[in-house]
Design a protein. Structure first.
Length: 269
C-alpha cells in the first residue's frame, strides 16, 4: 500500500505546511507527467521527493541554501542555482515543468513564464506528440479573506482589521500576486501555454485551519533551528490528534472556491 501523503507530510513538516503540501501532492499524484521533468523553484526538494511519482531530471532555485538540502535528498539528477527568468537549459529540453507555490512570489512573473515555455518541448503533430506540460499551483484571489483571523474580524464587524491582517500576511509570505484564474490564464496564454484545466483547492474552512496552525505550530521553528528538523517526534501516535483535525480538509472534494489554484497547461507552439 502506498504511504499516506498527509501522514508523510505531518512527519516532516509543520502542520500548516503539511496540510497544503499534502493536498498539492495528491493533485500532482493524479497526473501522468512525462520525463524529463524540471522543478522550477524546487527549494529544499521535499515536495518533489514526496509529491512527484518519479525523480525529476532537474531542479532550479535562485537560493543556494535550500539547494544544499535538495542535493542531500537525492531526488534530482541535476541542480542549478539560477533565477527563473534565465534558466540554464536549452530550448525544448523538458517534457514537463512543475512549479509548486512559486509564481506568486515573483514580482515580474511574465519573463519567467516565457522561459518555462522556451524550455518545454514543442508539439510535433506529424509524430502525434503534444507540446510539453506545465503544472503549477498559485495562491488565489481569495487568499487574504479566507484566513482564520480575517474571518473572525469580519464576524466581529471589523472589516478594516480583517483587510490589514490579510495585507500583513501577504507581505510576510512575500506574495506579489493574489489573482483570479482568469488573470493567470491570460498570463499563461501570453507565454504560449494553453490552460487545459484548473481547480481551486483548500476550501474556506481548510484555509482557516491553515492559518490557525501557523500559531499552533510555532514551536517547530525552534526545533528547526536547533536540530535542522521541523518535527522531532514524527511518530504516528504523537501526531494522531493533528492528523484527526486536518484529515477532513485534506480529504475534502474539490471546492467551488479556495485558498489556492491548481493549473495544468500545454505548450502550443
Amino acid at each position: 500500500m502506498a504511504p499516506d501523503l498527509l501522514t508523510q507530510h505531518l512527519q516532516a513538516l509543520p502542520a500548516f505546511r503539511a496540510l497544503i503540501r499534502a493536498t498539492e501532492a495528491r493533485l500532482f499524484a493524479d497526473l501522468s507527467l512525462p520525463a524529463p521533468i524540471l522543478d522550477l523553484g524546487c527549494g529544499d526538494g521535499h515536495f518533489a521527493s514526496v509529491g512527484l511519482a518519479g525523480p525529476a531530471q532537474a531542479g532550479v532555485d535562485p537560493w543556494w541554501q535550500p539547494l544544499t538540502e535538495a542535493r542531500a535528498r537525492g531526488c534530482y539528477a541535476t541542480l542549478a542555482q539560477a533565477p527563473g527568468d534565465r534558466l540554464p537549459f536549452s530550448d525544448g529540453a523538458f517534457a514537463t515543468v512543475v512549479s509548486n507555490c512559486v509564481l506568486e512570489h515573483i514580482p515580474h512573473v511574465e519573463p519567467v513564464l516565457a522561459e518555462v515555455s522556451r524550455v518545454l518541448r514543442r508539439p510535433e503533430p506529424a509524430e502525434g506528440r503534444p507540446g510539453g506540460t506545465f503544472v503549477c499551483t498559485v495562491v488565489s484571489e481569495h487568499f487574504p479573506e479566507y484566513l482564520f483571523w480575517p474571518t473572525v474580524f469580519r464576524r466581529l464587524g471589523l472589516p478594516g482589521l480583517a483587510r490589514r491582517y490579510g495585507d500583513w500576511f501577504n507581505r510576510h509570505s512575500v506574495h506579489h500576486h493574489c489573482d483570479d484564474p482568469a488573470t493567470w490564464q491570460a498570463r499563461f496564454e501570453a507565454a504560449g501555454l494553453r490552460v487545459e484545466r484548473w481547480q481551486y483547492y483548500l476550501s474556506p474552512a481548510a484555509a482557516r485551519a491553515f492559518d490557525l496552525w501557523h500559531y499552533l505550530g510555532a514551536p517547530t521553528i525552534l526545533y528547526k533551528r536547533l536540530t535542522g528538523r521541523w518535527i522531532i517526534a514524527p511518530w504516528r501516535w504523537n501526531l494522531a490528534l493533528t492528523d484527526w483535525w486536518l484529515r477532513r480538509y485534506y480529504e475534502e472534494p474539490a471546492p467551488d472556491t479556495g485558498l489556492d489554484i491548481f493549473f495544468v497547461c500545454r505548450k502550443q507552439s
